[in-house]
Ligand binder design. Structure first.
Ligand code: AVI
Length: 317
């Protein structure tokens, strides 16, 4: 593998500007959570995964390691793993090491740095594995370089990242996975499960304040990349569990009445005005199966339940 093909998507800073201006023009205002992940945001997210309150990563990693023999038996020999997002690579290592002679690995990732790092790490650990990295936004239609690989595709989408999408967006993403796996492939998806609301809320309000720094870093990014002048001390992170909607709703709240300049526009904030920046949906077996079936997928196996706190679900068409 010598170079990473880009898939011809639009200029990233123009896209950021368009999305931020559109979001700040809505009532209530909102900003897309995908922009959390600049270099500092990605480092802060890694730090979140090490916080004692943030159970998701630890529980999923343990569940994956323990379930690998059963997952490998279900998936069969010589599959081609396609990962949506490339993450830090720890879960991917566990998956690739536990599968039966996987033949190829395609991480689909929007950040060139993260993509290069994961390919370098996994290439060194699995020298016989063909690597086909794709620099792309996995929420957009994908042109996957699967030709010639043969073998069934296993889509891997861990971390409950699906939970960051509204239900209609999650269905669209699952539909794209259904297309990727074709008739004989499977998708292995990690989902956070409904559980004690206090435990969920604590995971998004860690005592060390890392999640708050992660949320407010979005404003720092907009200041830097769009020439805005958000005063980070005048806004606060707020994450609450909405039990009726079974999701964490994260807002950035204006601590006073204020005016901010963003990309040449003046944006007014009232005191206590909240801007929605992220959802983290929690699922039940029924709610997840319903999303999957809208995308033409069915759950064929699963590991982890409400007692474990996190679930891995295997799907096929
Ligand atoms: C990446 N994603 C699944 C995380 C979550 O739990 O929703 C992002 C995150 N936001 C705040 N803490 C972690």
């Amino acid at each position: 593998m010598n170079s990473i093909p880009a898939d011809g998507q639009a200029d990233p800073s123009a896209t950021l500007r368009r999305d931020v201006i559109a979001g700040l023009s809505r009532r209530p205002k909102r900003l897309p959570s995908k922009y959390f992940y600049d270099a500092r945001g990605s480092a802060l997210f890694e730090a979140i995964t090490r916080q004692p309150e943030y159970y998701l990563t630890r529980v999923e990693q343990g569940l994956l390691a323990q379930s690998m023999p059963a997952i490998a038996a279900r998936v069969g020999r010589q599959c081609h793993v396609v990962e949506y997002g490339s993450g830090s690579g720890l879960k991917t290592r566990t998956l690739l090491a536990g599968l039966d002679a996987p033949r190829a690995y395609t991480p689909v990732e929007i950040s060139p740095k993260a993509l290069n790092a994961s390919v370098a790490r996994l290439g060194a650990r699995f020298p016989g594995l063909a690597m086909h990295p794709l620099l792309a936004d996995f929420t957009q239609p994908l042109d996957l370089p699967l030709a010639g690989e043969g073998g069934r595709v296993l889509v891997f989408f861990p971390g409950s990242t699906l939970g960051n999408f509204r239900d209609d967006e999650a269905v669209a993403l699952l539909r794209s996975m259904a297309a990727t796996i074709a008739d004989d492939g499977m998708a292995l998806i990690g989902i956070d499960l409904v559980k004690n609301p206090r435990r969920i809320e604590a995971a998004y309000n860690d005592a060390a304040g890392i999640t708050a720094a992660f949320t407010l870093n979005l404003l720092a990014r907009i200041n830097r990349e769009l020439g805005a002048d958000f005063d980070l001390g005048a806004f606060a992170h707020r994450a609450r569990y909405a039990q009726e909607r079974e999701r964490i709703e994260t807002d950035i709240v204006s601590l006073r009445e204020q005016t901010v300049q963003v990309a040449g526009r003046t944006v007014d904030f009232a005191a206590d005005e909240a801007m929605r920046v992220e959802y983290s949906h929690k699922y039940r077996d029924e709610s997840f199966a319903a999303l999957a079936s809208q995308a033409g997928l069915r759950v064929i196996d699963g590991w982890g339940d409400q007692g474990t706190g996190f679930g891995l679900r295997l799907l096929s068409r």
